[in-house]
Design a protein around this ligand. Structure first.
Ligand code: MG
Ligand code: ZN
Length: 225
């Protein structure tokens, strides 16, 4: 069912911007169009952001395993050049479309619109988008999803939120992953949670081990799935 060779080349669909146009404004309008199209077809869409190695793909694998009986799921996978993650997720029997962004370090609403053209809108309930591994600029490019999740892991140290508050302000939910390593890394997950709530008081927080699946049900609840 899953075809890991379904790849969109981002370079070929770069945003057409006239001089003087604000790229963030254009992106915002396209995101709104994506949102309307997806809502019209009753598709819930989730954008998953976070650094390389935070555990986004492992988390999505667990979400797919837990939710695929309940929803018809499609995953878009943003990556610079590879299809490694698409193959990992595709193993679970869901459709995966890779969006290779080339040099771009984030997905934008335009490439997502191209990927949406490839899916059968009436046969899908849930769209999960794994953004390019990068904690910073994906936050500035909404894709038209209902919710945005930021994944951090305890191995990234204690300052992720203090250094990148903008990313957390733009997220509906946060995942603190690799909880099994918190003690070894000397990280207090409660402190990370407090820091996130300082910048985004209503952010939902799940503390997980994406490999074992621990805490993933809390994220599902946080996303109202
Ligand atoms: Mg990944
Ligand atoms: Zn970027």
């Amino acid at each position: 069912m899953a075809n890991p060779n379904d790849v969109i080349k981002g370079e070929e669909v770069t945003l057409d911007i006239e001089p003087g146009m604000n790229i963030l404004e254009v992106n915002k309008k396209l995101a709104q169009k994506n949102k309307e199209l997806l809502q019209k077809h009753n598709i819930t869409a989730i954008d998953i952001m976070g650094s390389i190695g935070a555990g986004k793909t492992s988390l999505i694998e667990k979400l797919v395993q837990k939710l695929k009986q309940k929803y018809r799921i499609v995953v878009f996978k943003g990556d610079l050049t590879t299809t490694i993650d698409a193959e990992r997720i595709g193993k679970h029997g869901v459709q995966v479309i890779t969006i290779n962004t080339g040099r771009e370090c984030h997905l934008d609403a335009n490439v997502v619109a191209r990927a949406v053209e490839r899916i059968s809108l009436n046969d899908i309930d849930l769209l999960i988008i794994e953004n390019v591994g990068n904690l910073i600029c994906p936050a500035e490019f909404p894709l038209g999803t209902d919710k945005r999740v930021v994944v951090i892991s305890v191995t990234e140290g204690p300052y992720m939120i203090l250094k990148h508050p903008f990313t957390f302000m733009n997220a509906d939910a946060m995942v603190i992953n690799k909880k099994d390593l918190a003690k070894t890394m000397n990280i207090d997950t409660n402190q990370l949670e407090r820091q996130a709530k300082d910048v985004k008081p209503d952010i939902k927080v799940a503390v997980t081990n994406a490999l074992s699946g621990e805490g993933v049900d809390k994220l599902i609840k946080d996303l109202e799935l």
